[in-house]
Design a protein around this ligand. Structure first.
Ligand code: UD1
Ligand code: CA
Length: 461
């Protein structure tokens, strides 16, 4: 088998995106359109991958820099797809097969391209084609009576009869580089758009007596390009659907695969259930039997077996990540931030925010609370409305709450401070000194009552 060299055309302007970002850098899932294409080239084990840049070249090259095996070639000005390939010619070794892809066609599968590679048998030109109900705008595949491919005729150059052909060129071809290089030199721009058409290599192959094969694809999503925000959204949905189906085939139960989004990597053990409108970002792992309620947003988190997230839980693991222990009960409306590490059977209720804190097994913070930079022992009960005052305006300080402490409602724990094991903190206390284990600590104004108190009344003038 010959080596594969991939050329990704990405010099076009993308006018219809109406964006100052180059089109190929727009995101699908968690990565740029062109990155999807680069990753497909990787899956194909391409020897070299050449990205042809033009419009927004600096931005595109900067965004993709530092990837092994990736080269950039600039095309200035842009005189057509054939002209684009001419710029890449000097860096293409002539002993391989060149696969031509576009930076704005993100969902081609590696096995489709492998089949196209195989169709070349190392020595033939192979085109990926598609039957379309409305082929307007595309290059048409013109075949001879015996079915052999004769030419690709661009829509604007096609006769009325040719425009009735429904088989179109997808924009993807595989071609032995030894044949491609001399054909590129022979391209002319005597056509309706005065461009150098890469598609003219078909005519040259036929002239030279080389055989041309067409591989007909049935899945249009794999060759669909992005020209507008509408098409970008359509492909986003197709991509999400593909990911949802892959997860369901592994046993994950999605209430509605049409209302499910992954931007990153989601891995699941057995019997995971995910309700509608959830978003998974970065790396998320869900253990056996985990249930995710509706409208949760989870990023960079590992959730252990049997944990249940109620609706509207937001987990932002950041670079440190978040871990949720087995059988934990989180939400609704809970917020876990970077460095939150929750043990087994932990409960975190509504409007509770936890950042850079460890909660040992069985700890509970059920309502309206903040735990930042805290180490919370086993079975601690952290009352409604209580907060750690962890920041003095310059530095962050740690709060240690030892095992079995009961923190009442509306307490302020002024860090650094340690609450001794088994102690009780009376509601409304502001705790700025360490507390004794087992003791009740009250740190608030004493309640006084003045009997028969008369409220002031308004005097008549
Ligand atoms: C091209 C094909 C057409 C096919 C269609 C599929 C040619 C002449 N025509 O059409 O047969 O049906 O794709 O979508 O090849 N690009 C450059 N430099 C250029 C011109 C284009 O890098 O000078 C890039 C674009 O950014 C894009 C890709 O090449 O990623 C295809 O260009 P586009 O203008 O969309 O293709 P068409 O010429 O319309
Ligand atoms: Ca076009």
């Amino acid at each position: 088998m010959k080596a594969v060299d991939v050329v990704i055309m990405a010099a076009g302007k993308g006018t219809r995106m109406h964006s100052s970002m180059p089109k190929v850098l727009q995101h699908l899932g968690d990565k740029a359109l062109v990155q999807h294409v680069i990753d497909t080239a990787k899956a194909l084990q391409a020897r070299t991958t050449v990205v042809i840049t033009g419009h927004g070249a600096e931005q595109v090259e900067a965004a993709l820099a530092g990837q092994p095996g990736l080269q950039f070639v600039r095309q200035m000005p842009q005189l057509g797809t054939g002209h684009a390939l001419q710029q890449a010619a000097p860096v293409l070794p002539d002993d391989g097969v060149t696969v031509v892809l576009s930076g704005d066609v993100p969902l081609t599968q590696a096995d489709t391209l492998q089949a196209l590679m195989d169709a070349t048998q190392g020595e033939r030109l192979a085109l990926l084609t598609l039957e379309m109900d409305d082929p307007t705008g595309y290059g048409r595949i013109v075949r001879q009576a015996d079915g052999s491919v004769q030419a690709i005729v661009e829509h604007r150059d096609a006769s009325d009869e040719q425009r009735r052909i429904r088989e179109i060129y997808s924009g993807i071809m595989a071609v032995p580089t030894r044949l491609l290089l001399p054909w590129l030199k022979r391209l002319r721009n005597d056509n309706a758009q005065q461009e150098y058409y890469l598609t003219d290599v078909v005519k040259l192959a036929v002239t030279d007596g080389q055989s041309v094969v067409a591989q007909v694809l049935t899945d249009p999503v794999q060759v669909a390009g992005v020209n507008t925000p509408v098409q970008l959204a359509e492909l986003e949905r197709a991509y999400q659907q593909r990911r949802a189906h892959a997860l369901m085939l592994q046993g994950v139960r999605l209430r509605d695969p049409a209302r499910f989004d992954v931007r990153g990597e989601l891995t699941c053990e057995r019997d995971v259930e995910i309700d509608v409108n959830c978003l998974f970002q970065g790396r998320v792992h869900l253990g056996e039997g985990v249930r995710i309620g509706a409208h949760c947003v989870l990023s960079n988190v590992t959730i252990a077996a049997g944990a249940v997230l109620q609706p509207f839980t937001c987990i932002e693991g950041g670079t440190e990540g978040v871990t949720v222990g087995p059988r934990a009960a989180i939400g609704p409306f809970a917020r876990l931030r970077p460095g939150a590490q929750l043990g087994a059977d932990v409960h975190v209720g509504n409007f509770v925010e936890i950042k850079n804190s460890t909660l040992a097994d069985g700890a509970k913070a059920n309502h309206l609370a903040y735990l930042g930079d805290a180490t919370v022992g086993e079975r601690v009960n952290y009352g409604a409305g209580s907060i750690t005052a962890n920041y003095d305006g310059a530095h962050k300080h740690r709060t240690v709450i030892e095992a079995d402490v009961h923190v009442g409602s509306s307490c302020v724990l002024v860090a650094p401070v340690t609450l001794g094991a088994g102690g009780t903190i009376a509601g409304g206390s502001t705790i700025s000194k360490n507390t004794e284990p087992g003791a009740l600590t009250v740190a608030r104004g004493k309640q006084v009552s003045i009997p028969n108190w008369k409220r002031p009344t308004k005097q008549k003038p």
